[in-house]
Design a protein around this ligand. Structure first.
Ligand code: ADP
Ligand code: GLC
Length: 487
């Protein structure tokens, strides 16, 4: 039962599922409003109106017009769509472009990204200061660098921070992306020169969008407790550990969840055969379908691992290719879905060509196929060099597809390694490895192959994994406590 809303939150983000998605950020921004509604939170999402979003939106109503939003006219449109209350920024000069939200068809960042996402932040700040009249947020919650200037613009609006001015939160989904731009853009961004200091928006001589968010927001969160600690160290702080440590309050780590209706093996229409802990045998049909789809040998006894990922250095995919000869030689198979870095894409297609019947690759982005892979595989590999939270291991747990993960960030927080003690205590749900290198990954794949040959232990792990709570409820409570604490 939902409480009557007593808290309004404006979530500000560059992407949101199901309107548009390039990664886990969209899943999180799309899931939080539904997760927080039962606690009495009216969360609405502010984002750009890209062409792909236009195809997905329902009924719309204009709530505000700008004569000049960073170089052109803009309309703010309220829309109820796919169960979300969204405010969309219709600014054709900034957002009406083909391709992905951040890069053009040539794979290069749009040259005016600083203006495009300053516009997102500017509108967020205006909302905070009362732009939409009838609906005013108590909290403006920015996600990642693209929304990083929102708190700064609110601070600089000239209005004193009266009791009515919303509190601001920023969530770091990935510290590797910081939104750094040359100082010469200061005036174009409407940022006063006196903000360009080391305790303001200046970051090693450049304008730092994320840094601005970390400096000016009332609270900073990230998406797992372990990552919250890691980013306060030079090793994973990406140059911002000093800024994070200087804040009066430590960064709060709140784990992501997954949408348990979207990801439900018992009712998933995308998969070959629904299954549950009680009907785990049916998972085998999904495995066979997946082997057929990827042209793999139809062998029920092969340990079928899958990998579903952006192909970037962060994700450590290269380590998997190094371990392939050993893994395949000992009876493993691999199905890979991903896109990104051209060199990694080539390694993936080469592997499929080199290990016919053992490795299958699909280069691209395919939501339906990702469901079929989670259902059909025995194991999902996530060897990330760093991982703020990670969602595919949570989906793997839910589907009884045991995650084999690097011990870092949210991966460390969500998977229990099958070491001898955990196996004996019947606590294990997957495999962790550290240090994060090919040799240790290789040993860990061998551990997995070993346990796979002990079906009783493996089945126990699957059932435990599937029973793990990977939904949003607990984390939603933590977000509510954070918001309420700020007010
Ligand atoms: P990140 O946001 O760093 O890419 P996450 O694990 O948080 O990593 O989220 C990735 C999300 O994108 C998951 O929902 C995953 O299933 C999905 N995903 C990644 N690559 C693909 C792909 N090629 N096709 C379909 N879904 C993908
Ligand atoms: C980022 C991170 C990922 C996280 C996602 C959602 O893309 O790389 O670890 O799960 O954001 O928070």
């Amino acid at each position: 039962m939902s409480e009557t809303p007593h808290l309004n939150v404006l979530a500000v983000a560059p992407e949101c599922f199901p309107l548009i998605k390039t990664g886990g950020l969209a899943d999180v921004v799309g899931a939080l409003p539904g997760a927080l509604a039962p606690a009495g939170c009216d969360m609405r999402v502010l984002m750009p109106l890209y062409p792909a979003v236009t195809e997905n939106v329902g009924k719309c109503k204009a709530v505000h017009a700008y004569d000049d939003l960073f170089g052109g006219q803009a309309l703010i449109i309220a829309s109820e769509t796919a169960g979300l209350n969204a405010y969309l920024i219709e600014a054709p000069h900034l957002f009406d472009r083909p391709g992905n939200p951040y890069v053009g068809a040539d794979g290069k960042e749009w040259p005016d990204n600083h203006l495009r996402f300053a516009a997102l932040s500017r509108v967020a700040a205006d909302f905070g200061l009362g732009l939409a009249g009838d609906w005013r947020p108590d909290i403006v919650h920015a996600h990642d660098w693209q929304a990083g200037l929102a708190a700064a613009y609110m601070r600089m609006s000239g209005e004193t921070r009266s009791r009515k001015t919303p509190k601001t939160v920023i969530t770091i989904h990935n510290l590797a992306f910081q939104g750094l731009y040359p100082a010469r853009h200061l005036a174009a961004l409407g940022l006063p020169a006196d903000t360009f200091t080391s305790d303001g928006i200046e970051y090693f001589g450049q304008i730092g969008f994320l840094k601005a968010g970390l400096i000016y927001s009332d609270a900073v969160t990230t998406v797992s407790p372990t990552y919250a600690n890691e980013i306060r160290t030079p090793a994973l702080g990406m140059g911002l550990d000093g800024v994070l440590n200087a804040r009066p309050e430590p960064v709060t780590g709140i784990l992501n969840g997954i949408d348990l209706d979207v990801w439900n093996p018992a009712e998933d229409e995308a998969i070959e055969e629904p299954y549950s802990t009680r009907r785990l045998k049916k998972k085998a049909k999904n495995k066979l379908a997946l082997q057929q789809h990827f042209g793999l040998d139809e062998d029920p006894d092969a340990l079928l691992a899958c990998l579903i990922s952006r192909l970037t250095d962060q994700k450590g995919i290269d380590l998997v290719f190094e371990c392939l000869p050993g893994f395949i030689g000992k009876g493993g198979q691999l199905a890979l879905l991903g896109s990104g870095d051209r060199a990694l894409e080539k390694l993936a297609t080469d592997a499929a060509a080199g290990y016919a019947g053992k490795v299958g690759t699909f280069i691209g982005y395919d939501e339906t196929l990702s469901h079929r892979m989670q259902a059909g595989a025995d194991m999902i590999l996530i060897p990330s060099r760093f991982e703020p939270c990670g969602l595919t291991q949570l989906i793997g747990l839910r589907y009884g597809t045991l995650p084999l993960v690097a011990r870092t960030g949210g991966l460390a927080d969500t998977v229990i390694d099958a070491n001898a003690a955990a196996v004996q205590a019947r606590a294990a749900t997957g495999f962790q490895f550290a240090p994060i290198d090919a040799e240790t990954l290789g040993f860990t794949l061998e551990r997995a192959l070993d346990l796979y040959r002990q079906p009783e232990i493996w089945k126990g792990m699957q059932k435990r994994a599937m029973a793990q709570d990977v939904g949003w409820e607990a984390s939603a409570r933590q977000y509510m406590a954070l918001y309420e604490g700020l007010l």
